[in-house]
Design a protein around this ligand. Structure first.
Ligand SMILES: NC(=O)C1=CN([C@@H]2O[C@H](COP(=O)(O)OP(=O)(O)OC[C@H]3O[C@@H](n4cnc5c(N)ncnc54)[C@H](O)[C@@H]3O)[C@@H](O)[C@H]2O)C=CC1
Ligand SMILES: O=C(O)C(=O)COP(=O)(O)O
Length: 600
């Protein structure tokens, strides 16, 4: 970075506070060339909260499917809870505009219409379970709605149900039971097959798949797994060999499905792939019905390629009563019971309630599925830098002259940390938030920051500068540059022609340390007035007395100058917003060449 300013003076003063509104402080056209919407005062701005940022009343949580008592209790401690089960899609759309959070299981489709109907109020969708294929994640993200799930509490239940189906299928338990209950005693008809020594292919070696594998090994099965993303050492540790998809199909006596339903896994078992299986293979599905082409499975069952199938999940739930698949004599079916144990339901209820409450409080969730997951310790370390990032974004965009369209922003992080030891997604999101929120009505959070930037044609590029020294602090400085724009404060244009602001965190407090090519030092706790002038005695006093006359508290003053008595920039931190009259008087001080008031 060029450092053409040679000295910095600091001064702080204390006058009493006056409270003024933030409304209408910015010009009527935004830096993105769109009409500006008035800037509402947002009390959250001083602290790094990421999701729901201004809620005066108790939030309302709609619980749309049965949730364990312990989770409900947690929710009720923090929010008004409306438990309304079996709502039609229309009823849900109507109710949702009154809700800040929605909690569902797999039975509710959380569609784009729901996000649109919420009118921006819905901030969190909590999925009390793992699979989030029933939530339109793209729509959630576009609407800035965080989606959290409960990824761990039902793992064992789902694995146990998989094993229950595997063993029940192999020994015809369900069919035999129905037969006995109908008065028959068919000992020869229900001869089963043994599991010991047979090959089980676990498709999807994640949490549930691994637990199934462990248990199947205990049953004496030879277990292989296919998962393009699973680490080989995890498989090795359980004594499972990772194989290709085709190899799994070709060698398995039993196949157990445990991958999520995604565009890539949709109908992954189909006519073509059934044809690659060993004749007489047996299939268990506790993942999602959609990973199997159900019509193709009926054909494969009829042809004897698949000897039996045990299914907990279906493309359509509940499946049609006359479904050929359900009615097939070689199919064992359960009504999506994988997660339905008392223990798992209490667990997921607590897991999702904690995530929803945390999100409503504005905290980042460790179980967020559409926002970067930042571990708590990293988050706490990054907190002051998050505030700095948002404020630099807010400052930089206010320096753009009205009418200039901001298209390209470059963010540079100076850090002594190794490149893979600094996660900048949160910082980038907060810069975006700082840049877009003051000039639009869009509410920006970590969830929709990248989407909103893209939608507005705002390109944010990032660069890391590796600094020498001990990496005690994650970031030494953050620099925000806006290229190809004019500035309403010409001194903010750096030698290389962009608007430039640089900031650092000092003693936990964000500071503005450079404007254009001028080094300043002003804490970013209130708002800022930037003045440029030829360095001369008395300037601080003149500006200070204008502000003092109307009781505006100056928190920090700093002058960065090329050299004594040469061009200088004075940065003044103020706790209150000066009146238009005072700002006019500052502008009229003869030595002041230009000035700008920047709300934070
Ligand atoms: N029936 C039920 O009640 C329940 C069903 N589930 C279903 O089980 C699924 C898995 O749950 P978890 O193990 O907790 O999730 P997980 O995320 O821990 O594991 C999923 C695994 O699938 C792998 N995978 C992704 N794409 C794949 C592909 N194309 N081929 C093979 N593997 C692929 C991933 O790498 C990951 O290791 C969930 O997505 C959900 O749909 C989960 C719990 C209960
Ligand atoms: O957790 C999952 O993915 C499940 O499929 C469980 O679904 P459920 O919450 O029982 O409707």
């Amino acid at each position: 970075m060029a450092a053409s300013a040679s000295s910095t003076m600091l001064l702080s003063s204390k006058t009493s506070r006056a409270s003024l509104s933030w409304k209408n402080q910015l010009a009527s056209t935004s830096a993105f060339g769109v009409p500006r919407v008035s800037l509402r005062h947002r009390s959250h701005r001083q602290c790094p909260r990421f999701i729901v940022l201004s809620m005066d009343a108790k939030p309302t949580v709609l619980v749309a499917e049965k949730l364990g008592e312990a989770g409900l209790k947690l929710l009720k401690e923090f929010a008004n809870v409306d438990c309304s089960y079996n709502l039609s899609p229309e009823e849900l759309c109507t109710k949702i505009s009154l809700c800040d959070a929605l909690v569902v299981r797999s039975g509710t489709k959380v569609t784009r219409e729901i996000f649109e109907s919420s009118g921006g109020r819905l901030k969190v969708v909590g999925r009390a379970g793992v699979g989030i294929d029933n939530v339109d994640l793209a729509a959630a993200t576009e609407h800035g709605c965080l989606v959290v799930n409960a990824p761990t509490a039902n793992t064992v239940a789902a694995a146990e149900h998989g094993i229950a189906l595997l063993t029940a299928m192999a020994r015809n338990v369900a069919q035999a039971d129905a037969s006995v209950k109908s008065g028959k005693w068919l000992r020869n008809k229900y001869v089963g097959v043994s599991l010991v020594g047979k090959t089980l292919a676990v498709m999807g070696f994640g949490k549930v798949g691994s637990e199934v594998a462990r248990r199947a090994k205990g049953l004496g099965m030879h277990v292989i797994a296919h998962d393009p993303y699973a680490p080989a050492d995890r498989a090795r540790a359980i004594g499972v060999e990772l194989v290709s998809f085709d190899e799994a199909l070709a060698s398995a006596d039993f196949i157990s499905l445990h991958m999520p339903l995604t565009p890539a896994t949709k109908k992954v078992l189909n006519d073509e792939t059934f044809a690659k299986m060993k004749k007489g293979v047996r299939i268990v599905n506790v993942a999602r019905g959609g990973v199997i082409d159900e019509e193709a499975l009926v054909r494969a069952l009829d042809a004897g390629i698949v000897a039996q199938a045990a299914l907990d999940v279906f493309t359509e739930e509940p499946p049609p009563k006359d479904s050929k698949l359900i009615q097939h004599e070689n199919v064992t079916a359960t009504p999506h019971l994988g997660a339905s144990t008392t223990e798992a339901q209490e667990g997921v209820a607590i897991e999702v309630a904690e995530a929803v409450v945390g999100a409503l409080k504005g905290e980042l969730s460790a179980t967020a599925v559409n926002a970067p997951m930042v571990p708590a310790e990293v988050l706490s370390e990054l907190k002051p830098f998050v505030v700095l990032a948002e404020k630099l974004g807010r400052l930089a965009v206010q320096l753009v002259a009205g009418g200039s369209g901001v298209k390209s922003v470059k963010v540079t992080y100076g850090s002594a940390r190794a490149p893979d030891d600094l996660d900048t997604r949160l910082l980038r999101a907060m810069i975006t938030k700082g840049m877009i929120e003051p000039i639009s009505s869009v509410f920006i959070n970590l969830v929709n920051a990248d989407f909103t930037a893209k939608q507005r044609g705002l390109q944010i590029s990032e660069e890391r500068i590796l600094l020498d020294g001990s990496p005690e602090s994650p970031v030494e400085f953050i620099q925000v540059q806006i290229a190809n724009v004019e500035s309403k404060f010409a001194s903010a244009i750096s030698d290389s022609g962009e608007i430039r602001v640089v900031g650092r965190v000092k003693d936990g407090i964000p500071h503005l340390t450079k404007v254009g090519s001028f080094e300043v030092d002003v804490s970013l706790e209130g708002s800022i007035i930037l003045c440029s002038q030829v360095d001369q005695p008395g300037m601080i006093g003149k500006v200070g007395s204008v502000l003092g006359e109307e009781n505006v508290n100056v928190s920090f003053m700093s002058v960065g100058r090329i050299a004594p008595r040469k061009q200088a920039v004075m940065a003044i931190g103020v706790d209150e917003q000066p009146s238009k009259e005072s700002l006019k008087r500052i502008g009229e001080i003869p030595a002041i060449q230009e000035f700008v008031y920047l709300g934070l």
